[in-house]
Design a binder for this molecule. Structure first.
Ligand SMILES: Cc1cc2nc3c(=O)[nH]c(=O)nc-3n(C[C@H](O)[C@H](O)[C@H](O)COP(=O)(O)O)c2cc1C
Length: 386
């Protein structure tokens, strides 16, 4: 690394300092303890766990307790909570803070899944400004006595005609939130098209006293620098770009410290990463078959751009245990060098825009009324997050 000046100052999230202003985006089914460890071994930043629902946490379900587990050396311990009821979210955040189970809590207002938005949860919740404000206030009040900062992660709004992010950002700022992150798409956009980084710039103008983090379509360190340059954001949140590429965090750390060093792994290094990931997953789940089944989806991400025969690729997608994995990895042409562009660019979820599914009448008023309360309770039960 060179001694060039850092591109951005350290990110300050309440009392916490993150030297490299890079956040691993929470991703359900991906950012478990194993994957976070792999990412941490490459780079620096804040690594957020998979989201956990406030209900499951309060009920202490085994799955929710797995999700919030951190490695003993994992600092900062970052947990994302999804909830729709202020009292339950408050109780969940109090549990995390009072029992010293997290150093940072993020609130999820970005989930676009129809099964959640149909009931008023996730990315369409901030439309009900009273409910949004009550949830954020409850979380901040629960965390404050313990010095644990709360942040929020949201989308732009329901669709282009029902944007909520500027108002939600200001409400969160006034409520004492320590940072806001924007995935610059609407719920209707889902994962389609390209993220609208200009919205991040507008949020940065609207929210002035706390960091604004930009999220959406960072596939390389150069993309991260471009987002900072174009939007003035205080840090970046990276999701799909690091799927099958935990070394992206090394590139990001280098880029933010003014270096143009980039990791360009040959297939041997990729195979090592797959093996290491699989071992960590076995530790995480304490169940080799479950761990390897969870690894299957990662194979295509790891191998994107490398020449791997169709049959071998297919078998890797059906891997059963570590011995099976080793046999298959042994069949790869391990001397294959980094393939360049073919290994880069978009990966993971994409798809097309979807008409936002919201409860009947949801968009008629910005305030919550009783007809929606029962449906909302279901919104939390229908999301997988512990
Ligand atoms: C598989 C997957 C799971 C996700 N799970 C969550 C989640 O639990 N909480 C959340 O706030 N966002 C979740 N997201 C959204 C990401 O955090 C991120 O906002 C989105 O992928 C856009 O960033 P990217 O373009 O860097 O991927 C998920 C995305 C993916 C692809």
């Amino acid at each position: 690394m060179t001694d060039a000046p850092a591109v951005l100052p350290p990110l300050r999230i309440g009392p916490l300092t993150v030297d490299t202003p890079v956040v691993l985006a929470p991703m359900a089914g991906v950012t478990n303890r194993a994957f976070r460890r792999l990412c941490r071994e490459h780079g620096a930043g804040l690594y957020v766990a998979e989201m956990v629902t406030s209900r499951a946490l309060v009920e202490r379900t085994p799955e929710s307790l797995r999700i919030i587990r951190h490695d003993p050396d994992e600092r900062l311990r970052s947990v994302q909570v999804y909830g729709v009821d202020p009292a339950t979210v408050g109780a969940a955040v109090r549990m995390l803070a009072a029992e010293d189970r997290a150093d940072h809590v993020d609130l999820n207002f970005g989930c676009p899944v129809p099964k959640v938005t149909r009931r008023g949860g996730g990315a369409v919740l901030p439309w009900k400004r009273d409910l949004f404000s009550a949830i954020v206030h409850a979380a901040v009040a629960a965390a404050e006595p313990y010095g644990v900062p709360v942040t929020i992660k949201m989308r732009k709004g329901v669709d282009d005609d029902h944007l909520t992010y500027l108002e939600a950002g200001r409400v969160a700022e006034d409520a004492g939130v320590a940072a806001v992150a924007l995935h610059a798409r609407t719920a209707a956009d889902h994962y389609s098209g390209t993220a609208d980084w200009s919205a991040i710039a507008r949020l940065k103008e609207a929210v002035t006293s706390i960091p604004v983090l930009g999220n959406g379509d960072i596939w390389s360190a150069e993309d991260a620098l471009a987002m900072v340059h174009q939007t003035g954001c205080d840090g970046v949140v990276v999701g799909r770009g690091c799927q099958g590429r935990p070394w992206l965090f090394a590139d990001l750390a280098a880029a933010f410290h003014g270096s143009d060093a980039r990791v360009r792994p040959g297939l041997r290094e990729v195979a090592h990463a797959i093996r290491r990931h699989a071992e960590l997953m076995v530790e995480e789940f304490d169940d080799e078959l479950k761990a390897l089944r969870e690894m299957r989806k990662h194979m295509a991400w790891y191998l994107k751009g490398y020449v791997v025969g169709g049959e071998l690729r297919r078998e890797l997608g059906l891997v059963e245990d570590l011995a099976h994995l080793d046999r298959l990895l042994g069949q790869l042409d391990l001397d294959q060098p980094y393939p360049g562009e073919a290994a880069e660019g978009q990966r993971g979820r994409a798809g097309s825009p979807k008409r936002p599914v919201v409860p009947d009448g949801w968009l008629d008023s910005r305030e919550l009324d009783d007809t929606f309360r029962a449906a909302l309770a279901e919104a939390e039960l229908s999301v997988s997050g512990g």
